[in-house]
Design a protein around this ligand. Structure first.
Ligand code: NAD
Length: 328
């Protein structure tokens, strides 16, 4: 490995078998990095492009010590026990989410510091923002400085907040060069779409793709809750720019194009060329409104995403439609 990686920058992607991690491996390879990926499972939808891929449990310190056996130029800690609203807001997985994700974060940060990694990226989430600022669907506040007094509406958010603080503590006490990003609903092809952990864009694409004429599309709540969604390629543009900057975060990485869940379903039906009725049913909802505040990213990285939601949703719908057909 040492010979292969000679003269190349080295990166470790934790969570490389997942949605964002899988895409990040491809991006880093394109940029010329030598990449090691690690995940508890292999990627479900494509063959990894990592130079090495370790199947291992990052909750186990012995695994993490072995995986971080050199001072990588860049470590990306994306591994987490996570899912969409149906997974994190049902309350049924709170203990696992907190325990599993915290252990991965603690181990990666601890052994990363010992191995002398040059830079470490942590993916926090918009779910850390206080519920009291996100009651109005048209005017949510999610600027980076609005995180405290803390009041996330899920244990997933509380764990992320703890881990952000843990990464910043290693920066202060051990001088580790960290980058902490808060992702806002990232979506795209090659992500979970049918196992109960999928998020709204994938779930809506699947429901519309599977529906025959006359079938109704089920939406949780009244569907008037708003969100913004960021296409995976733009998310990675932001992550790579952030890594190359001097700013440590926290930094929102998200889109400002807000849409209601009803609006998202209409968009998907329009892409699919189907007109289907919508039924509103009870289900886990999350906050009433949320969107990314991009003032800081514009100031620090001189950049913000520009691709329209419609364009990203078209690519995502076509990929999910293919999966639905393959699984029939
Ligand atoms: P994902 O579930 O597709 O990827 C996470 C990966 O971590 C999975 O492949 C999973 O197998 C792996 N993992 C979980 N426990 C592990 C363990 N004990 N050991 C090794 N690997 C383990 O999710 P994603 O959408 O790619 O998210 C990546 C990161 O970004 C996560 O930290 C997530 O919380 C964060 N994030 C994502 C979004 C989003 O919209 N996708 C939004 C906010 C934050």
């Amino acid at each position: 490995m040492i010979e292969e990686s000679n003269n190349k920058k080295t990166a470790l992607v934790c969570g490389a078998g997942g949605f964002i991690g899988g895409h990040l491996v491809k991006r880093l390879k394109k940029e010329g990095f030598w990449v090691r990926g690690v995940d508890i499972k292999e990627h479900e939808f494509s063959k990894t492009e990592a130079d090495e891929f370790v199947v291992g449990d990052l909750r186990d310190p012995r695994v993490v010590e072995k995986v971080i056996d050199m001072p990588f130029d860049e470590v990306y800690q994306l591994a987490a026990d996570m899912g969409g609203a149906g997974y994190v807001f049902s309350g049924k997985h709170d203990a696992d989410v907190m325990h599993n994700s915290a252990l991965c974060n603690l181990n990666v940060m601890h052994y990363g510091q010992i191995a002398g990694v040059k830079k470490i990226f942590y993916s926090s989430s918009a779910c850390i923002y206080p519920e009291y600022n996100q009651m109005d669907p048209n005017n949510p506040t999610c600027s980076e400085d609005s995180a405290y007094p803390a009041a996330p509406d899920s244990e997933y958010g509380w764990e992320k907040l703890f881990s952000e603080r843990m990464f910043f503590s290693y920066h202060r006490n051990y001088n580790v060069d960290v980058r902490v990003a808060r992702f806002h609903n990232i979506f795209g092809p090659e992500g979970t779409w049918n196992n109960g952990k999928e998020k709204a864009p994938a779930a809506m694409c699947r429901k519309v793709s599977e529906a025959s004429d006359g079938d109704a599309i089920e939406v949780w709540g009244d569907g008037e809750q708003t969100r913004s969604f960021l296409y995976i390629d733009e998310c990675l543009d932001a992550v790579r720019r952030f890594m190359d900057s001097d700013f440590i975060g926290p930094l929102n990485i998200g889109s400002r194009e807000m849409i209601s869940i009803n609006g998202l379903v209409d968009m998907v039906m329009n892409i699919a060329g189907k007109q289907l009725p919508i039924t509103h049913i009870d289900g886990p909802l999350g906050v009433r409104g949320r969107t990314s505040d991009n003032t800081l990213i514009k100031e620090k990285l001189h950049w913000e995403p520009t691709e329209s939601l419609r364009s990203g949703m078209e690519k995502t719908y076509h990929w999910i439609d293919e999966q639905v057909k393959k699984n029939k």
